[in-house]
Design a protein around this ligand. Sequence first.
Ligand code: AMP
Ligand code: ZN
Length: 457
Amino acid sequence: MPLSLYDTMAREKRVFEPADPYRVTMYVCGPTVYNYAHIGNARAAVVFDLLYRVLRRRYGDAHVVYARNVTDIDDKIIKAAQETGEPIAAITKKFAQIYRDDMAALGALPPSLEPAATDHIAPMIAMIEGLVENGAAYAAEGHVLFAVDRFEDYGKLSGADRDEMIAGARVEVAPYKKNPADFVLWKPSKDGEPGWDSPWGRGRPGWHLECSVMIESEFGNTVDIHGGGQDLRFPHHENEIAQSACAHDGAPLARYWVHNGFLRMGSDKMSKSLGNVVLAHDLLKDWPGEVIRWALLSAHYRQPLEWSEDLLKQSRRQLDRFYRLLEEIPFSDETGAAPESVVLALEDDLNTPEAYAGLHELRDIASQMEGEARANAIARLRAAGRLMGFLNVAPDEWFKGEAADGPTAEEIEALLAERAAARKAKDFARADAIRDDLAAKGIVIEDGPDGATWRRA
Ligand code: AMP
Ligand code: ZN
């Protein structure tokens, strides 16, 4: 069965065929690094991590190149530096690393490439010069603008929504623009703002240009898959398409456009501007990364995902059921193959609800089997987990992991130590009270020859 992906440009599911199966290329618009990522941002990172894993399974780990860029120059970063007094480079370095660590904690593999915008200033200036030369861009008052009416297909990606999107994006009207929809490729930097010398004076690149140039630098004119959240279709991706096509004699920027849907809080999109964000960094203090990942992949990636504490609790319970089985064979070999039901579901436009159904079915089958058949089914479950980024924790660690509403491992260990001391002092009333207290919180204590061990019930 082929791998198929919904292509936003074609507005339909298409069979995925890379230009070169020995070098499958994917570019995903990454974070602007000036603060913590919220869980909606994390949805994009986790969805494209899953696609990366599915591509690697199909084409081989060495034949898939995944680039996720770092936007490390931006007005929001400059503002953060002014507000905190910290140098820009310190802010971007710190938050780029926090982003990497948090996404890794959600099971996202490190991308093959993480190009940073500020490492690509020279090729950015070169691309702008080319666009000015061929008439697609014009310089005005220290700015360089892309003239959208010089690109016939402008608006094709966002299509019928375009006018609505233009209204929603509140395209900036400025005296130096020939057409209000024209967008900035280069803009002047004031004193005290970061900037680079250019033919148009000291300034800095526009955000849209950064991605076009990083794709060119890493992959050439065209990438197989370009991804991002659906809010990026307009204006960001529309503008990337226009710049790149005009800089490359009409060559398309991407062969497939893949966009994930929004994560929502109540009826609103989670976003910094609405102030309804939950940070991935904070959630990771209370929940295992796999629980958050399970929740993020529980809806199909193109559907909206309703975020709630309940979703996390359910996800925890479902993963617990898999880990109960894994507990039987804690050190399995890694030779099992992922079951076809799971692979087929994922290769059908990343149908994760269907893949989850496949995992549950396999768990039911495994639990009805015995001996070698049971062990084999568990090995296949582990393989499916490896493919999707789950079941990587040692089962005893998993059940010791911090439950959101129970005592922490540290608290439990401290109480167990106190109980051991009470028993030694023959204060059995205190020892029993501790045991009962923990039992009431769902912690089972087992006394053995080497002292007491514990697990969550
Ligand atoms: P930003 O930091 O806003 O540029 O977003 C980084 C990535 O997260 C982009 O791919 C966005 O499309 C995506 N994104 C932002 N908010 C959400 C959300 N609520 N749900 C899903 N994806 C989002
Ligand atoms: Zn981009």
